[in-house]
Write a protein that binds this ligand. Structure first.
Ligand SMILES: [Zn+2]
Length: 380
């Protein structure tokens, strides 16, 4: 026995690791992961000190997209009777993530619920359950988990919870259940009074119900919440002012906005308004003055537009060409961009399709001429 013990120690080498371990690593390096798993799993039967290695290996396989292998490793781990309770919970959490990756959301869900029940790895389990319920659009359950997560971490998740309420409101509006929609919007705003999405929805509903005065007041709140979203509310606000036949107030509001936010939507709205209300001359005076103070592509297009009306022949076709060129430039730019991952697109997403962050996709603010700055898009 003494002889055997000496030999075993020699075999273990300087790092105290078994030759099996190196054989397993060798298989991995030679990209024979199945053989490597076999060796590692055999080792585990002898020795459960290597649990950490197995967990690391399993999550490595999952991240590489080899979910079947990850599942095999984690299932093998869980089957070991020698695991400590903590190690078992850790392996269960990993296995749940494997299932999520494989699209087996029901299985993942029941594993995570089990972990919360026994209060092992509860915080990451709650976080992953939020992800699952988001994917399944089960917003009530997502809210429940987010509230529990708040309790577990002590960190407020108000803006996330407000987005979940907005999702329920959206569903209710699709089902034409306006009472429930209004209720959910109210809850969203009481969770997060700065929720732009809920405010826009509230304004849209008031406008849809014919109460333009209330809608205007609601839309106006967006400026204080986040002026980056102004471009979303200016068009419906114009509709409200129009319905209320209140051009003076509308002009004052637009002028105030243009001064504070010299951007594409307020400028074109004001030019359009001046043109319709007071004619080409007034619109031209505004555009010339604006271009002198702050050269913008939108201002330029508006000016060309106004000049076009009074021109003919060669001048007119040249102006038309310039206008079309600039408009093409403006159109080629995406309208919305995620300030978290850079995803860009032509329509607004309240949850980024790229990185799944909520409220990170915002309208891009066109401000200055490309020739005057290195970028033709700029956020304020
Ligand atoms: Zn993103």
């Amino acid at each position: 026995m003494a002889k055997q013990e000496t030999r075993r120690k020699q075999e273990e080498g300087a790092a105290g690791l078994r030759p099996d371990y190196f054989r397993g690593l060798n298989y991995l390096i030679n990209e024979q992961p199945d053989k490597a798993i076999e060796v590692f799993v055999r080792m585990l039967e002898v020795d459960s000190d290597t649990v950490e290695t197995h967990l690391a290996l399993g999550s490595l396989f999952r991240r590489r997209g080899e979910v079947d292998r990850a599942i095999r490793i984690h299932q093998n781990l869980i089957a070991r009777p020698t695991l400590s309770l903590d190690q078992r919970n850790q392996a269960l959490l990993e296995l749940g993530q494997d299932y999520m990756r494989a699209g087996l959301l029901d299985r993942a869900e029941s594993l995570f619920l089990e972990l919360i029940e026994v209060n092992g790895q509860a915080t990451p389990a709650l976080r992953l359950l939020c992800d699952i319920y988001q994917q399944e659009k089960e917003w009530d359950k997502a809210i429940d988990m987010a509230r529990k997560l708040e309790g577990a971490t002590g960190k407020k998740l108000n803006s996330l919870i407000a987005q979940y309420y907005c999702e329920i409101a959206d569903q209710a509006r699709v089902q034409k259940d306006n009472v429930r929609a209004a209720q959910m919007i109210k809850r969203a705003l009481s969770a997060d009074s700065g929720c732009v999405r809920a405010t826009i929805m509230q304004g849209d509903m008031e406008r849809g119900g014919g109460d333009c005065k209330a809608a205007l007041q609601t839309y106006q709140r967006v400026e204080a919440q986040d002026p980056e979203y102004l471009s979303e509310v200016i068009p419906p606000m114009l509709g409200c002012y129009h319905a209320l036949e209140n051009p003076t107030e509308m002009m004052d509001y637009l002028k105030k906005l243009v001064q504070k936010y010299p951007r594409i939507v307020p400028i074109s709205a004001l030019v359009e308004f001046l043109r319709n209300q007071y004619g080409e001359h007034d619109a031209m005076v505004f555009v010339t003055d604006h271009l002198q103070k702050q050269p913008t592509l939108t201002g330029l297009v508006s000016m060309i537009d106004l000049q076009l009306a009074g021109s003919d022949g060669n001048a007119q076709s040249s102006l038309l060409m310039i206008k079309e060129g600039i408009e093409k430039l403006l159109k080629e730019n995406p309208l919305y961009r995620c300030n978290h991952c850079g995803f860009s697109g032509k329509s607004i997403h309240w949850q980024c399709p790229g990185c799944k962050t909520w409220g990170s996709v915002k309208p891009i603010q066109m401000q200055a001429l490309p020739c005057m700055q290195s970028k033709n898009t700029q956020r304020v």
